[in-house]
Write a protein of this length. Structure first.
Length: 300
């Protein structure tokens, strides 16, 4: 017996000529099994649950990204009514936006991927986050979607293209390919080590011992693959993590600084303001106002 199904229309979400909409949803059993006339990228931000898509049921958890094409029925469900919430970040976009992204793309493989997406030749895709890249992009997508500023739409389109590129890269990693370059693989392990230990007293000497590389070679790798010095990269990771804590907790700023590896609150304040243009307190205030605005905008 066929289950009841709704069709979600893009006209409901795309306002004032926009072709991208971003929201954050706490999934429940009241959400209808549905398809839609737009494309969707859904990222599991928190919790665990299930994704019912066509005739499949997939276990889902934090860090997974799903691409859902036009007309494909699906719904996310939490594990139980009273269990831990299943939080999903959604980026939906009109198929009419793809010609613009195709015109901008120059890599032949990427152009082909976008054209397949436009022509409905891609099935649904499931990949896993790599070093929080999807999560970082969704954070910026949310921020831009909530603001009405000059160039916001173009900014959203550029971020969406980055997200699709990361989707393709992650999908390609699941398929048989040629051997990875040694430096690529080794640096990914180093970056993951930083992600796991940024809150500790991490020095280049410590990282050299942990990785087996010389300090000089590590400096070259960071500049080549991230465009940043080792010290700048570590600061970037710590500030990114501090922004999450400022948004999601009520911890004192001094406690946040300590949690991300800064023992001196003055150093933390200085680096944060240089990076974000705001003090940690100002950022927390703006983030809360932005969250309230998104909640008013979210129709899910």
């Amino acid at each position: 017996m066929k289950r009841p199904m709704e069709t979600y229309r893009g006209d409901y979400f795309f306002r004032q000529g926009a072709m991208v909409f971003v929201n954050r949803s706490s999934e429940s059993f009241s959400v209808s099994y549905h398809n839609h006339d737009f494309l969707e990228l859904a990222y599991i931000a928190e919790g665990e649950g299930f994704h019912h898509i066509e005739d499949q049921v997939q276990k889902v958890r934090k860090g997974q990204l799903f691409f859902i094409p036009l007309g494909v029925p699906h719904v996310f469900r939490p594990t139980s009514v009273n269990g831990k919430p299943l939080i999903v970040n959604n980026c939906i976009f009109s198929v009419l936006l793809l010609p613009k992204l195709i015109a901008f793309a120059s890599d032949p493989g990427m152009v082909t991927f976008l054209k397949q997406m436009e022509e409905g030749l891609l099935g649904h895709i499931s990949v896993t986050d790599r070093n929080d890249r999807f999560e970082q992009l969704f954070e910026t997508l949310y921020e831009q979607n909530a603001r009405s500023m000059s160039g916001s739409n173009d900014y959203l389109h550029a971020l969406l293209l980055q997200l699709i590129i990361e989707l393709k890269r992650a999908r390609d990693e699941l398929e048989p390919a040629g051997p990875m370059q040694a430096n690529d693989h080794s640096l990914q392990e180093v970056l993951q080590y930083v992600e796991n230990h940024y809150m500790k007293e991490l020095t280049l000497t410590h990282l050299a011992h942990a990785s087996g590389f010389s300090e000089r070679h590590l400096q070259r790798l960071f500049l080549q693959y991230t465009g940043m010095t080792w010290h700048h990269y570590l600061q970037t990771v710590r500030i990114r993590m501090s922004r999450r804590l400022l948004r999601s907790t009520s911890s004192k700023i001094s406690a946040v600084a300590e949690q991300v590896g800064y023992k001196d609150i003055h150093s933390f304040n200085r680096v944060f303001k240089r990076s974000m243009g705001l003090t940690p307190g100002q950022y927390r205030k703006e983030a809360r106002l932005s969250m309230e605005t998104r909640q008013l905008m979210d129709p899910f």
